[in-house]
Write a protein of this length. Structure first.
Length: 261
C-alpha cells in the first residue's frame, strides 16, 4: 500500500504541475506575427545592418509593424522587396542603390608626401603625423579598409584608390562606415553625374596635391541651365533632384572632375 500511495502522490503532483504549466503557457504565450515570420523568411539573412536595424530579425519586426519600408533591405534588392510588399499588401517604391567613392586621385593623379610600406589600415593612417601618404588631405588613402568589410567583393583598390563594382554592390553601407575620410556614399543606381572629388581646399592647393581635383572655379554651376550645381567650401556638388542629366556640367568642367556614371 505504501508503494501505491507513493505512486498516487507522485502522479497527482505531476498532474497538478502539468495543469499549472498548461495554464501558464496560455497566460504568458507570445503571439506570433505571421507577417513578421514570412518577412524574416524572405530576407537574405546577411545580418549586415545596412538597413539600419540590428540584423534581419529587427528589420522583419520593423516592416511588419509598419515602422520600415518593405524595400529597406539593400542586400535583397528588388526581388526581395517585391515579395515583402506582397506579404504586407502594399506597393513599395524600389530604387536600386550602389556605393560611390567621391575621389579621383589614383596613383597617376594624386601626389604623395612619402612612400609608405606597411600594414596600416585607413583608420590607423589618419591618426599618424601627416594623416597618410597622400598629399591631398581629403583623398582616398588606398589602404583597403573598405575592401576588408565588404561581404560581396564589390569594392577593390585599383591603382591606389577604392573603386566600386556597381553590379556586385548591394549598398549595405559597411564601406561607408569603414572610410575615415567619408569619401563613400550610397546613391541611387540611376544617378547620371557625380562630382568625383571631396577636397575642400582652394584651387591652388588642390592643384599642388592632385591633378584631378575640383578647383572651385564655378564654371559648372554657371553653365547649368537647371541650377543643379552648387558650391560649398570650394567644392562643387550636384543637387540630384534638380539634375536633368543634360551633361553640360561635365562637358564644361576644365578638370573633368564631374563623372558620367
Amino acid at each position: 500500500m505504501e508503494i501505491l500511495y507513493a505512486v498516487i502522490v507522485v502522479g497527482g503532483v505531476g498532474l497538478l504541475i502539468g495543469i499549472a504549466l498548461s495554464i501558464a503557457g496560455r497566460v504568458f504565450a507570445v503571439e506570433t506575427n505571421e507577417k513578421e515570420v514570412a518577412i524574416r523568411e524572405a530576407l537574405p539573412g546577411n545580418n549586415c545592418g545596412g538597413c539600419g536595424y540590428p540584423g534581419c530579425d529587427g528589420l522583419a519586426a520593423a516592416i511588419a509593424s509598419g515602422k520600415s519600408d518593405p524595400a529597406a533591405c539593400p542586400v535583397g534588392g528588388a526581388e526581395t522587396a517585391k515579395i515583402i510588399s506582397e506579404i504586407m499588401g502594399v506597393e513599395a517604391e524600389i530604387v536600386p542603390k550602389t556605393a560611390y567613392v567621391s575621389c579621383n586621385g589614383d596613383c597617376d593623379k594624386a601626389k604623395e608626401k612619402y612612400n609608405y610600406y606597411g600594414n596600416l589600415s585607413c583608420q590607423d593612417a589618419v591618426n599618424i603625423p601627416g594623416g597618410g601618404a597622400k598629399a591631398c588631405g581629403y583623398g582616398c588613402l588606398g589602404l583597403g579598409s573598405c575592401v576588408q568589410v565588404c561581404e560581396f567583393d564589390a569594392i577593390h583598390i585599383e591603382n591606389g584608390k577604392a573603386v566600386v563594382d556597381p553590379i556586385r554592390c548591394k549598398a549595405c553601407g559597411k564601406c561607408v562606415s569603414a572610410c575615415p575620410k567619408g569619401l563613400i556614399s550610397i546613391i541611387p543606381s540611376d544617378t547620371k553625374y557625380m562630382v568625383k572629388c571631396s577636397s575642400k581646399d582652394k584651387g591652388r592647393d588642390v592643384m599642388s596635391a592632385c591633378s584631378a581635383g575640383c578647383i572651385g572655379c564655378g564654371i559648372c554651376a554657371k553653365n547649368c541651365p537647371h541650377d543643379a550645381v552648387e558650391f560649398e567650401y570650394n567644392l562643387a556638388w550636384i543637387h540630384q533632384e534638380k539634375c536633368q542629366k543634360c551633361g553640360i556640367c561635365a562637358e564644361k568642367c576644365p578638370k573633368k572632375v564631374i563623372e558620367q556614371l
